[in-house]
Design a protein around this ligand. Sequence first.
Ligand SMILES: Cc1cc2nc3c(=O)[nH]c(=O)nc-3n(C[C@H](O)[C@H](O)[C@H](O)COP(=O)(O)OP(=O)(O)OC[C@H]3O[C@@H](n4cnc5c(N)ncnc54)[C@H](O)[C@@H]3O)c2cc1C
Length: 391
Amino acid sequence: MAGTADFDLYRPSEEHDMLRESVRSLAEAKIAPFAAAVDEEARFPQEALDALVANDLHAVHVPEAYGGAGADALATVIVIEEVARVCASSSLIPAVNKLGSLPVILSGSEELKAKYLGPLAKGDAMFSYCLSEPDAGSDAAGMKTKAVRDGDHYVLNGVKRWITNAGVSEYYTVMAVTDPEKRSRGISAFVVEKGDEGVSFGAPEKKLGIKGSPTREVYLDNVKIPADRMIGAEGTGFATAMKTLDHTRITIAAQALGIAQGALDYAKGYVQERKQFGKPIGDFQGVQFMLADMAMKVEAARQLTYAAAARSERISAGGKGEDLTFFGAAAKCYASDAAMEITTDAVQLLGGYGYTRDYPCERMMRDAKITQIYEGTNQVQRIVMARNLPQ
Ligand SMILES: Cc1cc2nc3c(=O)[nH]c(=O)nc-3n(C[C@H](O)[C@H](O)[C@H](O)COP(=O)(O)OP(=O)(O)OC[C@H]3O[C@@H](n4cnc5c(N)ncnc54)[C@H](O)[C@@H]3O)c2cc1C
């Protein structure tokens, strides 16, 4: 599935275009019909998971060496974008499978990769990422969850909060303090399994949007795991967690981009149908200018997201850094702010109808909001960008 994109121009290749077409038709046929019900009932989008697994689109980033599709970063973005265009909750399946497993791919031993990436690639297991805690959000290094060495095991105790797909995922990358004196350099990463004794979950959070994506606390109560479940060396967990976010913020940008495109597409169709003052409202220049601004912002978000994906891919292929930290944060920040504006404008273009759940734009507006918050709020993205201005 890996395409040969022209990464210098940030332009998708023919293979990427074909991938987009096939994901779009799958998403429209098998995911879109359930999106409103998934939101209304705040239930896991099982139909989407089944369709994604059946078409090998649930974790396309897993390298071929471990049984995966071996998709490049741009192909992964396109999958997430097209699923988010119809259902943001469902797009968290491929996105969080990448977020949860990338620490293993970036820093894990061959044994960890062989053990955990195969079931993920096959669709037998999903992967979550556990960094945040009740008192450690933006300041993630202030975490309290501890991992204490006990012979050839570690014992984990603590609470992780806001964990996407918690309870559904089989595997969890958990960041925990192994040396409290060293702050971020005293944090290590581990793979924890759902079935490990002492692992349990809180009640699902009642959220504004992405209601189909379960968000729960993960409780670690004397969870004893073999020491070889540590990802990388002791004390490198925070660095791995941050390196992961450099790559995966681009997938949140893709999610925002997809939501925004979905809202724009719906509004474009609506203004041709809806008549006021004896003609379609799309004939009014005031409406046309809004659509022009929306389309301009979607395209700007897309270019920045694909440029960031190209950098992510070049690094994964062993290339140079090329400001990935800046580009990942910029893409996530810009695309999510744009998605919030575009979905709000889409609701506006539908008038009173846009404000009801009979139409999809209000769901898209609620779903867009989370993209400004998770994987670091947009204030945090601005801090990251300011510290990593392009050379
Ligand atoms: C639905 C959902 C799913 C999530 N999924 C996951 C997941 O799977 N795994 C995971 O680990 N985490 C997850 N998160 C957590 C998410 O990443 C955090 O909520 C986010 O990082 C913000 O942390 P916080 O909520 O503690 O807010 P706080 O850090 O308390 O921030 C509150 C406000 O203060 C601002 N602020 C904080 N510090 C600064 C500063 N230095 N300068 C300026 N402003 C600042 C913030 O921008 C924000 O506006 C999820 C969250 C949600 C809501």
